[in-house]
Design a protein. Structure first.
Length: 266
């Protein structure tokens, strides 16, 4: 009788959702760092971008921001992306609960090779990043995708379609538009910050931190991480400009990247 009862209890437990059987670890933030590694960025820019994330993760200001939260820890993963199908988890989900864990994550990132691939598909990056929150073992007060890039979406699904699907999951999207080079290439555009504001980011308290000079990329990454970790109120400004403000009053064509690609193909 006792054996049958035990088997019955075991069968009942196995039918329960995994979240019920084993509680996820509470964290203040679940954060996906989704970093552009497309060919449009030179190797020196890629290296400085990587170094910016490595140094930011070890910076006392970032460590202090992590410690200021309710639980004093966040969950973090680092993803690289380019065109459709070129998405890679470079550093898997990791609990960052202090300087030692942050340094270990940064060291793992620093030791990974830098890859470069063709095309720019922000939509594919978002579609890849969103499911990473599922069954990752964490229960965050907030879920955020932090996406960087130096150009508009030019392949894959329309960026608005992907963005809206991510926002419907309750995930916030922040942006780091990299505006170091003047527009002039096949896929580059002026006012990339306006494109990111209107076409890419979204959710309560979402914001962008534009990078307009190569020398400021590390500072911009650190600033963005601190703001994401401590959280922002929904009624605060969504756009943070590194220097002068760019007007975004005019609607932006969110298919501009696809149109430029088609023009180049023709």
């Amino acid at each position: 009788m006792m054996l049958r009862t035990l088997f019955s209890l075991l069968a009942f437990v196995m039918m329960l959702p995994s979240a019920t059987r084993a509680a996820d670890a509470d964290v203040d933030l679940e954060l996906v760092l989704a970093v552009d590694v497309s060919w449009s960025m030179d190797l020196d820019e890629q290296a400085l971008q990587r170094e910016g994330y490595v140094e930011a993760l070890k910076h006392p200001e970032v460590i202090s921001a992590i410690g200021s939260g309710l639980t004093g820890r966040i969950a973090l993963t680092y993803v690289e992306w380019a065109g459709p199908g070129y998405e890679t988890v470079l550093v898997p989900w990791t609990v960052i609960d202090g300087a030692a864990a942050a340094r270990a994550f940064a060291d793992a990132l620093a030791s990974a090779p830098i890859s470069r691939y063709r095309a720019t598909s922000i939509s594919s990056a978002l579609q890849f990043a969103a499911p990473l929150f599922e069954s990752n073992g964490f229960n965050g007060l907030r879920q955020v995708i932090d996406i960087s890039g130096d150009g508009p979406n030019n392949m894959g699904a329309p960026v608005l379609t992907a963005r809206d699907a991510v926002l419907a999951r309750g995930i916030v999207i922040n942006g780091l538009p990299i505006m170091i080079k003047s527009a002039g290439g096949f896929y580059s555009i002026d006012n990339l910050d306006a494109y990111y504001e209107q076409c890419v980011i979204g959710g309560p308290g979402s914001f962008i931190v534009p990078v307009q000079e190569l020398s400021t990329i590390a500072e911009a990454i650190r600033r963005k991480l601190v703001l994401e970790i401590v959280g922002r109120e929904p009624d605060t400004a969504r756009v943070i400009h590194a220097s002068e403000t760019t007007s975004t009053s005019e609607p932006f064509d969110c298919l501009i990247g696809e149109k430029l690609y088609q023009r180049w193909m023709q």
